[in-house]
Design a protein around this ligand. Structure first.
Ligand code: NAD
Ligand code: IPM
Ligand code: MN
Length: 351
């Protein structure tokens, strides 16, 4: 049966990197119905909203949605609920994609592209499982209020329930079984109640159902340090929304560039997934053809694997990226001179 993919190019380098996915789609000629919608700042300019109800409905009716990136200086002055980023949070929440898989894999050809020495990153293969629809991103109360005397107060709330923690931990344990069977859970249980609950719930689920998986716990600040000290100690890392955001950007540099790291956000079985490179709209290089399209292309491969029922095509796309890199194809962020389009062309040529 024909599968459906909704492309959400978004802002800045988003349309540039999704453009390379479109060229790849044309060459692969798979049985996928591809649609496109405005998202983020581009949607604000056209409709006043970062995402419309119609676009949310179309994403929910698709098998997968693949976005580029949203945001940029043009819209940064708006109230939070009117910003491009709010559209992304709404989409994640309405799609219920609570588990964000962010694989930090160092391609062999890029072992010298990281700012760490080769021996620390060669063969690196970490899978982050970031909780994506809860925590401080969504907790209430939130806001900025005047509290008199010329003072203002900014409030955000870190909040997790047991079931929110357990469902994402379950995803991490399940995925670990298909890998090296090790999970490290990161929180700040030393200073935060939500972190303590996180640790307790992960421990209880492990004891009850996943005792065969090796589980360890680490305070998130220590993990930030350990990721640069000895990153290969990690297999699967499960953590909350905010720590997962920060630690996965850090891990991206171990693979050579933020432009290399894809992601898949999944929820209940059978529901559509949301796929996105972990990088943003990169206003500093947008419109110049300098963006690395690998993260977007590898996110498309994850969509093929997890939502579009074509693992063989996913393998082909991932192998083509590997082959292009091995052949020396490089955008500027990974030490080369190719443009976004030239890099996309090198990957297509390697198919
Ligand atoms: P960013 O990820 O956009 O850029 C950080 C740095 O990495 C920049 O120097 C940029 O040039 C570089 N970079 C990012 N992607 C690259 C790529 N594919 N190839 C080469 N270099 C790349 O983060 P930022 O500058 O902090 O944020 C810019 C905007 O993007 C903000 O509005 C932010 O909210 C938004 N953002 C959106 C997403 C998303 O849509 N998923 C993710 C992160 C940030
Ligand atoms: C990401 C981004 C988003 C996040 C922003 C743009 C809402 O940084 O996808 O990593 O913080 O989740
Ligand atoms: Mn981020």
């Amino acid at each position: 049966m024909t599968k459906s993919l909704l492309l959400l190019p978004g802002d800045g380098i988003g349309p540039e990197v999704i453009g390379e996915v479109k060229r790849l789609l044309a060459v692969l000629a798979l049985d996928i119905a591809v649609e496109e919608a405005l998202f983020g700042g581009a949607a604000i300019d056209a409709t006043g909203l970062p995402i419309t109800d119609e676009t949310v409905a179309r994403a929910l009716a698709s098998d997968a949605a693949l976005m580029g990136a949203v945001g940029g200086p043009k819209w940064a002055g708006q109230a939070y609920d009117k910003r491009p980023e709010a559209g992304l949070l709404r989409l994640r929440s309405e799609m219920g994609v609570y588990a964000n898989l962010r694989p930090a894999r160092c391609f062999a050809a890029l072992a010298d592209a990281s700012s760490l020495k080769r021996e620390f990153v060669e063969g690196l293969d970490i899978l982050f499982v970031r909780e994506l629809v809860g925590g401080v991103y969504f907790g209430t109360p939130r806001g900025i209020e005047d509290i008199g005397g010329g003072e203002r107060r900014g409030v955000n709330t870190q909040v997790y329930t047991s079931s929110e923690i357990r469902r994402v931990a379950r995803t991490a344990f399940e995925l670990a079984r298909g890998r090296s069977n090790r999970v490290c859970s990161a929180e700040k249980s030393n200073v935060m109640e939500a972190g303590l609950l996180w640790k307790e719930e992960v421990t209880a689920l492990h004891k009850a159902e996943y005792a065969d998986v090796e589980l360890s716990h680490m305070l998130a600040d220590n993990m930030a340090m350990q990721l640069v000290k000895n990153p290969k100690q990690f297999d699967v890392i499960v953590t909350d929304n905010l720590f997962g955001d920060i630690l996965s950007d850090e891990a991206a540099m171990l693979t050579g560039s933020l432009g290399m790291l894809p992601s898949a956000a999944i929820g209940e079985a059978g529901k559509p997934g949301l796929y996105e490179p972990i990088h943003g709209s990169a206003p500093d290089i947008a419109g110049q053809g300098l963006a690395n399209p690998c993260a977007a292309i590898l996110s498309f491969a994850m969509a093929l694997r997890f939502s579009l029922g074509d693992a063989a095509a996913a393998d082909r796309v991932e192998a083509a990226v590997d082959k292009a890199l091995t052949g020396g194809a490089r955008t500027r962020d990974i030490g080369g001179t190719l443009s976004t389009q030239e890099m996309g062309a090198a990957i297509i040529a390697a198919l």
